[in-house]
Each structure stands twice: as C-alpha cells, then as structure tokens.
Ligand binder design. Structure first.
Ligand code: F6P
Length: 520
C-alpha cells in the first residue's frame, strides 16, 4: 500500500498549498463573499461555518478528491460493518454499535442489549433504593475510578450536563495517583452511602489498580467485610475484576471492539447514567446515533465530520500548522479540550501507516484550548499576533444556558469578534504593535443548546472527524502503542527507586535529588 502523499489528489493539494500561501482570507472574502453561506453546513441543530478557513473551491474540491482517493466512505462502512480495521491489535472498531448504529451484527446487538438491560436495571435500582449500601443506606455518592478513555468521556459528560439536568446522585471522577486526586474525590464522603465504580477495559492499568486498591481499603475501613456491596466494575477483563473481589452481577462488560477514547456510549457511561438517570444516558446515545446517520449517509461535501477532518488535514499536512485549538464559549464544555486531546492525539498522533511505512507528511496537530472568553485573555494574544498561530474551532451555544440573554449576547459578540479579528486583522503600519495581520483560520460550530442529545452529537462528530482524518492519512486511529513504552519503563524504574545503586546513569542523579528532598 503506498502513502497517500503519492497520489494525484495529494500532489494537487501540494501545488494549491503554495498558491494559497500568498492569498489572505481578506482576498478570499472579497472575491467570493458568498463563501460565508456556501462554506457552512447545517446538520440538525448544529451550524458549522468554515468560511474562515484558508481554502477556496479548488482546495475544497481537491480535499474531497483526497477523501475519495482514501476511500473515506468505504472506510466508514468497513468500520460499522465490524471489519478488523484496528489491525495492530486485530480488532474491529464498533463503538457506534454501543449507541445503536449497527450494520448486521445480530449477535453483538443481542450482547449489547443484554448488557444494557443489566446496566439499566442496576442504575434504576440504585436510584429507587432497591440496591443499597452494605449498611442498608441508599447510595448518595458515587466515585468513578478510571483513567484515559475510562475517565475523560464520563468526566466531560458529567460536567457538561450538570447544569441542565437534575442530578440523581453526586458523581465524582478519580484518575490520578498523586494522592491529592484521591483526597479530593473522597473528600467529605461516608463509605456507608458511597458507591465506587471501577472502570478499566483491561483491568491492568496500574493507576486505576492503585486507586481501586485504595478505595477498597477506604471502604473496608468504613464498612468492613461487605465492602464489595459498595462496588461495581466496568471491564472487558471479567476474570481480573472478580479476582479483585467484586461479584459477577456487579461486573458490567466492555468489549475489545470499543476503544477507550470512543467508549462513553458503552457501559463506561455508567457514572453518567447514575448521575442523571438511564433516560438521559439514552438521549446522549440518541444524539450520537443521529450523528452516525449523518456521517454515514451524507455526501462528503455535506458531511460535517468529513469537512472537519479534511480541514485538519489541510491545515496540518499542507499549511504546516502544528497545533489546533478547541475553544468552547461554554463553561459546560471546558473538559472537551481534555477529551479531544486524548481522542485526537492518542488516535492520530502516529508516524507510520497501517502498513508500517513512515509517513512523509505531518499528521495530528497538538490539541490545546480552553473556555472562551477566558482564553481571550490568555493565549489569544499569540493567535492574533504571534509568529506562530493555530487554527481553532470555536463552539458557541445559540441560546443562553441560564436564560440571561443580555449577557449571552455579549458572549456571542465576543466569539464572533474573535473569529473576524483572527481572519481579517486590522492594518496599522504606523504602529506595528497595533498591526493585526489576520489570515488566521477558524471554524465556528454553533449549537442551539446543550441538551444531552446535542452533547452526544458533538462528541460523536469529533469521533468521526478523528477517524476520518486517520483514514485519509492511512494510519491506525484505534491503537495507542506510543503510551506502552512509558508503562514498560515505569515497571523497570520501580526497582531502581528501591535500590538506587541499580539506577541508570541518566536517572541516578535525579533519584539522588529526590531522596535528599524526601529527608525530613
Ligand atoms: O493511555 C492508554 C490507555 O490504554 C487508553 O487508551 C485507555 O483509555 C486508558 O489507558 C485506560 O485503559 P483501561 O480502560 O484499560 O484502564
């Protein structure tokens, strides 16, 4: 299999890229003012305006040609059909199945439906007090322990929906092993009315194992031998979960065909269902399924995920942007940045193709970001006037989350001001420090409100964007071998900490310094 960069479509884009370098967004809007309409897509209650991206019709046509060449639509069909597209791990990629987008998998559909049935019964029973703590008290608090994909999706959903949906239980999330995270997660909690949910696909992730052990001790200390009554587990490794001590009816399955960073819709969403109720969890899935339908059926030019993916490919591989920013003008989506960092960078931060050949182009840009307007007063200075900049996605709710429309108008004005300032700048040749060069690309993603279904749509949109970009680049968006080396080394370094005389010459000095600082 050859590199995508050897194709005619790539060569055309390379040629266009050198032409576009001399063209500003100012020029593009002057010569084609209709682009503010034609470079926009309305998908249900989302409106995506990509007119401030540095491209014209020739580039867009060539990008669509590139997607055709990479057989993006065939790739999507192979994904939902359950082909083993994650070849390095020999796995199918069927996270869409867990939100009901299936393409002829009756056996899987039955398996997921059975698991959902169990998950719903458990969730409902906890809510109505039928399932109670070992002490007989109804559960009031939940601590969900997991990391990476087993943490970030649920954490995002919990934070995004907590202002608009009534919470049935207080649900906290714990990932880090720095001690403080554990302290904060369990702060003020009473073991007698706390449920601990351990989420780990592999059930071998050391951080999760450490926190799960600490939580078990905390629970044993509080309620004694019946600690397991106050635990539930979501895992693909049922054997390890039962070895941990949790009974089979408290273990909810995960499947090897759901990747961690794509797993919010699977049983990994248990903390979300516990927080807001089963029906809300289903609404999130419904939204994601609606996005699946759009992405699977819409032609590429009208396909929101394909367009976002192609814009990223254009910006990263051709225009040379090494970073992209995600800026929701919505406090509820603050954790979207963390989620996208894992989703996009763990998926597409790769340097070889599926066939193992090194690529000769840039792939995934660094994802960073934060909540607008706050970040206008932080890193936006560099985006406006720095020597390097980054394309950004600005996410904006059309309606005021709290009903205060006067304040919301200010927020909308701020977001629109930024995209225009970045795109068009303002000339001031007399005062160079006040000169704004412009030509800095952005995409506006407007949504009516952040109902659970809209939230599901947005997250699924980014999942598909990620997978499509990976398909264009010809890389495997579903493995994560890069993170393995750190895990291996961490196991090798542990004995060096115990016996510093065995430390490598690169680590010995810093281990010595740590030991000196640890002395009272
Ligand atoms: O960071 C690597 C990773 O494997 C992620 O892909 C995954 O989401 C996370 O660790 C947690 O893994 P697990 O769910 O198996 O504990």
């Amino acid at each position: 299999m050859s590199l995508i960069s050897e194709t005619e479509a790539w060569r055309t884009l390379n040629h266009l890229q050198s032409q576009m370098r001399g063209v500003s967004l100012h020029d593009l809007f002057r010569t084609a003012p209709e682009r503010s309409v034609s470079y926009a897509l309305a998908v249900d209650d989302l409106y995506i305006d990509f007119s401030r991206q540095r491209l014209n019709d020739d580039v867009l046509t060539a990008l669509l040609q590139l997607a055709e060449t990479a057989d993006v639509q065939g790739f999507l069909q192979r994904m939902v059909r359950g082909d083993v597209i994650n070849s390095s791990e020999g796995r199918a990629v069927l996270h869409t199945q867990s939100r009901g987008t299936a393409s002829g998998h009756p056996a899987l559909a039955k398996e997921t439906a059975d698991a959902d049935q169990r998950l719903q019964s458990f969730t409902d029973a906890v809510h109505i007090g039928k399932i109670r703590s070992a002490t007989g008290q109804p559960f009031r608090h939940v601590v969900a322990i997991g990391i990476g994909g087993s943490e970030l999706g649920p954490a995002l959903a919990l934070d995004a929906l907590r202002d608009g949906v009534t919470r049935k239980l207080d649900v906290r999330v714990l990932g880090n092993i720095d001690g403080i995270a554990f302290k904060r997660a369990f702060d003020g909690l009473d073991p007698s009315d706390t449920l601990v949910v351990v989420i780990s696909k592999s059930f071998t992730t050391p951080e999760t194992a450490t926190n799960a052990d600490l939580a078990r001790l905390w629970m044993q200390h509080g309620i004694g031998d019946k600690w397991a009554d106050n635990f539930a587990v979501v895992s693909a490794n049922i054997a390890a979960a039962s070895k941990f001590g949790v009974t089979a009816e408290r273990v909810f399955p995960m499947w090897d065909w759901v990747g961690g960073r794509y797993s919010l819709w699977s049983e990994v969403g248990l903390p979300v269902a516990l927080a807001f109720g089963w029906s809300v969890f289903c609404e999130i899935r419904d939204g994601a399924r609606a996005m699946d339908k759009h992405v699977l059926e819409a032609p590429l030019r009208e396909n929101a995920a394909a367009i976002l993916a192609l814009l990223m490919v254009w910006n990263a591989s051709f225009l040379g942007y090494a970073a992209e920013a995600c800026v929701p003008y919505d406090t509820r989506l603050a954790l979207l940045v963390d989620h996208l960092q894992q989703l996009e960078m763990e998926s597409n931060g790769k340097r070889v193709t599926l066939a193992g050949e090194a690529v000769d182009f840039a792939t995934q840009p660094v994802v960073f970001g934060g909540v607008g307007v706050n970040v206008q007063h932080a890193f936006f200075q560099q985006l406006h006037q720095g020597t390097t900049s980054a394309p950004l996605d600005i996410l904006l709710p059309a309606t005021a989350p709290t009903g205060d429309s006067a304040v919301h108008e200010q927020l909308v004005a701020a977001a629109l001001a930024q995209v225009d300032a970045l795109a068009f700048g303002r000339e001031n040749l007399d005062e160079p420090h006040r000169h704004y060069p412009g030509n800095r690309p952005s995409t506006l993603i407007v949504y009516k409100d952040l109902r659970p279904a809209v939230f599901g749509k947005l997250v699924a949109l980014y999942e598909h964007k990620t997978a499509i970009a990976g398909a264009v680049w010809g890389i495997n968006s579903f493995d994560q071998w890069g993170v393995e080396l750190g895990k291996v080394l961490s196991r090798e370094i542990a004995p060096m900490l115990a016996d510093p005389t065995t430390a490598t010459s690169s680590l010995a000095p810093v281990i010595g310094a740590i030991r000196r600082m640890q002395k009272p």
